[in-house]
Design a protein around this ligand. Sequence first.
Ligand SMILES: NC(=O)NC1=NC(=O)NC1=O
Length: 243
Amino acid sequence: PLLIQVINPNTSLAMTETIGMAARAVAATGTEIIAVSPSQGVPSIEGHFDEAIAAVGVLEQVKRGKAQGVDGHIIACFGDPGLLAAREVASKPVIGIAEAAMHMATLVATRFSIVTTLPRTVIIARHLLQRYGFEHHCAALHAIDLPVLALEQDSGIAQQKVREYCIQSLHQDGVGAIVLGCGGMADLAQALTRELAIPVIDGVSAAVKLIESLSALGLTTSKHGDLDYPVAKPLSGMFSTLR
Ligand SMILES: NC(=O)NC1=NC(=O)NC1=O
């Protein structure tokens, strides 16, 4: 049996619930999901400033998960905030939902599109594509131009926009798959895949299966080189809890 920690790096507990449910929906029998949020930070992550703040919370939660003996950590925000820093701290695998969704998309299609939240997070997604080496696999990126927390409102407006952009993308982008670019969209992928008859990929569920796969293969974060544990040094003030 596996214990997987799913970290919603923002402090909106409704989104943590959405993310936790999406993870549990695909978890193998015997895999337990612990969905958490930082004790302090930003209510949503919509840019570099938010990501820098969220990364500290991610590190705090990774340390907690490590103490609980989890078998892997998931960073459930499409910016993958703090991913490499978290890998330095962790002994077990750490997977970001953007990298997870992008990897899965390349396994089922030659080109994919991304549907995300704000225009400025489209630019951040482009940085991730470059960083992960998927720039040439992503044919187009779309923003529903609504804030992240619109996905937690009951109006369904954000969900309707995601569906519209997925339909537009499958008709116009010449792609074989669509990646949902926000942890808050995690509950939409399965229904959209069925309705639109194109793989619509959510990074939360993709990351759960990648952690299960890595665990089954006996693979974990390398401590040879730059992902070795951080150099030991005294941490002051608010960071002292990160020791
Ligand atoms: N591109 C995004 O919408 N990123 C995100 N901000 C959050 O707060 N959660 C996400 O997944």
